[in-house]
Ligand binder design. Structure first.
Ligand SMILES: Cc1cc2nc3c(=O)[nH]c(=O)nc-3n(C[C@H](O)[C@H](O)[C@H](O)COP(=O)(O)O)c2cc1C
Length: 403
């Protein structure tokens, strides 16, 4: 069985963020530029903090790629932190006296909603910086770089992964619950929007809502939607709990910092409906003499029984408001146990547009892993041939049709 594994390392103000992706077949065309496109998309977004102005994330291959193609060995990607120059001594790995570290100032006022308090309890730290440097969502830079590699592999199987923002701070777009055709979404408009939302009017309202929140020292959350299309049926599995693709996708998306809810298709809306209005009827499609089984709704979000149905896989993720507030909530100093206010640090007002790009990366990672475990292949040629041969078999039996 081919196993795809992605791991990241790096502190928010350390020298850089690294991602190692193991299990990508050999011969996959890959350039830094295509990874940098996603890194830039993660950095953009109305409502992000000042840090984005001082960083321009670019990736460097440290291992696994030669002459524009993967070697089949672990791929190591490195993204330097532009801000590190200002943190060299504060982040130094070299031993330092208590006196020097306390001169640098300790961070002792945990922020409600962040990893600060549970993190110091868990690791025995006395400076919350030792927690937040890794708990910070800067870590998602590595995920996005690794996810871009997974997306590139999925392209070889005819699969595209994209996401858009549906709401920020209660300003919503009216998204269809049929979830059938990714082509009906204007993805260029999504990218052109400062908040990753295709509707111009809603986009403007979201920006106004963000300005209002910034003025009030507040932060905002929202919902984004990830689409994976061109997916064939039968990826994932029902035989064991680990095989179920919905469980793996939900886990991967919920592992993104601040993501607190994930749904497949219309999940939460379907809970209040009767079955006949939720399940997607199985229909017979015709084109001349050709007949095949298809659907004209996709409320299941492209997954039934833990497997892909051949319709687009559509997931929605809810992001809570950013924990760091410029008008901070109550907190207690962990050094003195005195009641105070939470630490204030440079922060985003909202990061839903950026989180959507991380959502793409996580969905691509899970889907690429499921594809590799089903189709195998030490070389990308063998992988793509295996996918094509399986899809041809499905088309021959009239069980699916690729468009
Ligand atoms: C792309 C992205 C950017 C984020 N930016 C910030 C930020 O600037 N300030 C902040 O306090 N939290 C930010 N967060 C959220 C925190 O990282 C997250 O709330 C924290 O790690 C605690 O984890 P939890 O919310 O999953 O419990 C961001 C999250 C993402 C996905």
């Amino acid at each position: 069985m081919s196993i795809l594994r992605m791991t990241t390392a790096g502190e928010s103000h350390g020298p850089g963020e690294a991602c190692i992706v193991e299990g990508i077949p050999s011969g996959l065309p890959l350039t830094r530029d295509e990874i940098d496109v996603d890194l830039a998309r993660r950095q953009r977004g109305y409502g992000r903090g000042d840090r984005m102005a001082i960083e321009t994330d670019r990736c460097r291959f440290v291992a696994g790629v030669r002459h524009g193609r993967t070697l089949g060995s672990p791929i190591c990607l490195l993204i330097e932190n532009g801000d590190y120059a200002n943190w060299v001594s504060k982040m130094s790995p070299d031993p330092m006296s208590e006196e020097t570290t306390s001169d640098m100032g300790r961070f002792t006022l945990p922020r409600p909603g962040h990893a600060d308090l549970a993190g110091v309890a868990k690791y025995g730290h006395t400076d919350i910086r030792d927690v937040l440097e890794r708990a910070s969502a800067r870590e998602t830079v590595g995920r996005v770089a690794g996810g871009a590699v997974c997306k590139r592999l999925l392209q070889e199987a005819g699969v595209t992964v994209r996401a858009r923002v549906l709401s920020i701070g209660g300003v919503r777009v009216a998204a269809s619950n049929d979830m059938c055709r990714a082509e009906d979404i204007d993805w260029d408009a999504v990218e052109a929007s400062p908040v990753g939302c295709e509707e111009r009017a809603a986009s403007d309202l979201m920006c106004a809502r963000i300005d209002e929140a910034r003025g009030a020292g507040e932060s905002l959350g929202g919902v984004f939607e990830v689409w994976c299309w061109g997916v064939c049926p039968g990826v994932g599995g029902y035989a064991s709990m680990e095989d179920r693709l919905d469980g793996r996708l939900a886990g991967a998306l919920a592992s993104i910092p601040a993501i607190k809810g994930v749904q497949m298709g219309v999940a939460f809306d379907s809970a209040d409906e009767v079955g006949s209005r939720v399940h997607d009827p199985i229909l017979l499609m015709h084109d001349g003499d050709r007949r095949w089984i298809g659907r004209n709704t996709n409320r299941a979000g492209g997954i039934e029984g833990g497997m892909t149905t051949g319709m687009p896989v559509v997931l929605r993720a809810a992001m809570k408001p950013i924990p760091t507030l410029t008008t901070p909530l109550a907190s207690v100093d962990i050094a003195t146990l005195e009641l105070s206010s939470a630490h204030v640090e440079r922060s985003d007002v909202t990061a839903v547009p950026a989180a959507r790009v991380v959502g793409e990366a996580m969905a691509a990672y899970v889907l690429a892993a499921a594809y590799l475990s089903k189709f195998g292949g030490d070389s990308v040629k063998a992988f793509a041939e295996s996918v094509r041969s399986y899809e041809a078999g499905l088309e021959e039996r009239g069980l699916w049709r690729r468009f």
